[in-house]
Design a protein around this ligand. Structure first.
Ligand code: PLP
Length: 392
């Protein structure tokens, strides 16, 4: 066949600047070199077998037809119960909960549902990589505000200056991937005041809500009274139940906000997979011991990797939450994150993510690299051994 137009890029202009996700690139490089993949954030173990059995039973029993677009009632009810159990929040499962294809589609449905071309959205750098492309697809203008290294402090004046009468929303990721910041209630109250003052909405990506270390508290945006009717809270089961491949997420928001999410959600995927929703409805009701064990296991992994990286001479930004740790590579004599991450799989047999991809101006994160620690402890030990061997 003669593809006369094969050189023509027909991708919409909004998406062209973004290229392929750095996660796919680094995972592919890890596979080529048989490296331990500490780049993309997925576990090398599966979540509890009882959840998988529930899903298998539901698939065999059926029905295996379209779920209601907003999600099956059991799952929406379990999400509402969880909001009461962990945050003391009363949420109506019928008018305030929408089940989405992971947090990713929840973000997409929310942003496409509320942003008009010309609206502005504020993103805090370093961000999770899907935020700018989705905002760009919606035709929104993005205002970037950088958290201040080394503590990833909220730059209050710069943030206040970024708000204006075109600001439709701000997106907050807490705990924040990749830097591990957990926003305090006081910081969120500062943001809430700006939203009220400028009549803006706030979108909260809270997928790491159960991974908050050292006695800190995860504050969901919906728990701030000023934000109860202004916040879209997005989360998913990917991280909490170690099943990133299932893509079971949700958006919780006041009824009129939920209407906007459902309007776009119905035309993106229409609905999620009902057997998996059934299984995750069961999982969300797990006793406290699951959530405690989950945090205990990750606290141990965090300590093991952070201490080892410090031993190797890296300057380590110990995370307050999430399952990632950022390091400054200048401390071991490198200065370009991309060069370092391209070298690492081949030379050390480990893969990581160049963190400058999480800033709009890549010069800002150029000396930083992100490792994930959502791996079996023996995998982490082997990665540590390999890194040590290479650095010697
Ligand atoms: C901050 C953040 N949001 C969203 C996602 C995607 O969540 P899901 O797999 O539920 O779509 C991730 C996955 O790494 C993430 O780190």
């Amino acid at each position: 066949m003669n593809f006369q137009h094969e050189k023509r890029d027909i991708t919409v202009k909004a998406l062209r600047p973004f290229g392929t996700s750095i996660f796919s690139d680094m995972t592919a490089l890890a596979n080529v070199h048989g490296a331990i993949n500490l780049s993309q954030g997925f576990p090398d173990f599966d979540g509890p077998e009882v959840i998988r059995k529930k899903a298998a039973e539901a698939i065999i029993r059926g029905p295996n037809q379209y779920a209601p677009s907003m999600g099956i009632p059991q799952f929406r009810e379990a999400i509402a119960r969880k909001m009461m159990r962990f945050y003391g929040l009363e949420v109506d499962p019928d008018s305030e909960v929408t089940v989405t294809a992971g947090a990713t589609e929840g973000l997409c449905a929310t942003l496409l549902g509320i942003l008009e071309p010309g609206d502005e959205i504020i993103l805090l750098e370093p961000w999770f990589d899907s935020y700018p492309p989705i905002a760009a697809l919606a035709g929104a203008h993005i205002r970037y505000v950088s958290l201040q290294v080394p503590d990833f402090t909220l730059p209050r004046q710069a943030l206040a200056d970024a708000f204006n009468d075109k600001t439709k929303a701000i997106l907050i990721n807490s705990p924040q991937n990749p830097c591990g910041k957990v926003f305090t209630r006081e910081e969120l109250a500062f943001i809430a005041d700006l939203c009220v003052k400028h009549d803006a909405y706030v979108i909260g990506d809270e997928v790491y809500e159960y991974l908050v270390y050292d006695g800190r508290e995860h504050v969901t945006l919906l728990s701030l009274p000023e934000l109860r009717e202004r916040a879209f809270v997005i989360s998913s089961t990917a991280k909490t139940f170690s099943m990133t491949g299932w893509k079971q997420g949700w958006v919780v928001a006041a009824p009129n906000l939920t209407r906007a999410v459902r309007m776009s959600h119905q035309f993106i995927v229409f609905c999620g997979q009902s057997p998996l929703q059934e299984a995750m409805a069961f999982a969300l009701d797990f006793p406290d011991s699951h959530y405690i064990q989950f945090l205990t296991d990750y606290t141990r992994r965090k300590k093991r990797l952070c201490e080892a990286l410090m031993d190797m001479g890296f300057k380590v930004f110990v995370p307050e939450g999430t399952y990632y740790v950022m390091v400054d590579i200048r401390s071991i004599g490198f200065d370009d994150d991309l060069d370092f991450c391209r070298l690492l799989p081949e030379k050390a047999g480990v893969a990581a993510i160049p963190a400058s991809y999480f800033w709009n101006k890549r010069s800002q994160g150029r000396n930083l690299v992100r490792f994930c620690f959502c791996k079996k402890e023996e995998t982490l030990d082997e990665a540590i051994r390999r890194l040590k061997r290479w650095l010697k």
